[in-house]
Design a protein around this ligand. Structure first.
Ligand code: ZN
Length: 182
């Protein structure tokens, strides 16, 4: 029997990146809220290094823009990096046009901090479901997340769904569990 793959994944986001809440936690207030992501991420990176574990970090684009050195630290530790959207909004709340724009911006933010290829995407709050299956086509499209790079270059393309895509196939994430899609 083959041993199961144990995958450790992280949403690299702030405590205030909560979908669907308003008031104090509105995006226009984010720059004024107390930041914790640097400290907590370094604690986690240290723990992963001690355990000899490599993880996949899904980075919110807003974080990548403000903490390029943090993404660099994740890269230097040889963890995988994927997109977790730009502003951590639910896919079905964004709708097709705004999702395309948010996705592009998130990929551009990762490119800007030196991530050469973005091939993984995790939807905030697992928000690709029956209400947002159109997002799968966008994610699979070479143009969906191209950003500013030259036409014909596919480096920016997160492949697959609101889930994980690996060479072995597509894995749909459902809550805290992951299963291989049929
Ligand atoms: Zn998240």
């Amino acid at each position: 029997m083959t041993a199961p793959l144990n995958a450790f994944t992280v949403d690299l986001e702030e405590w205030f990146h909560v979908c669907g809440v308003g008031g104090t936690l509105n995006p226009e207030n984010w720059d004024r809220l107390p930041a914790r992501v640097e400290l907590t991420t370094h604690i986690l990176l240290d723990a992963l290094a001690r355990a000899g574990v490599r993880a996949t970090f899904f980075v919110v684009g807003w974080i990548a823009e403000r903490y390029p050195h943090l993404v660099e630290a994740v890269r230097e530790a040889e963890h995988e990096i994927g997109s977790h959207g730009y502003r951590h909004e639910r896919v079905y709340d964004l709708g097709p046009e705004r999702f395309a724009s948010d996705l592009r911006r998130s990929v551009q933010a990762l490119h800007a901090v030196g991530v050469p290829r973005v091939t993984l995407f995790r939807a905030p709050e697992w928000s690709i479901n029956d209400r947002s299956l159109w997002a799968l086509e966008q994610l699979a499209s070479p143009r969906a997340a191209r950003g500013n790079e030259a036409p014909g270059e596919d480096n920016a393309r997160p492949r697959g769904c609101g889930c994980l895509v690996r060479p072995a196939g597509v894995s749909r994430e459902e809550g805290a569990t992951v299963r291989r899609a049929p």
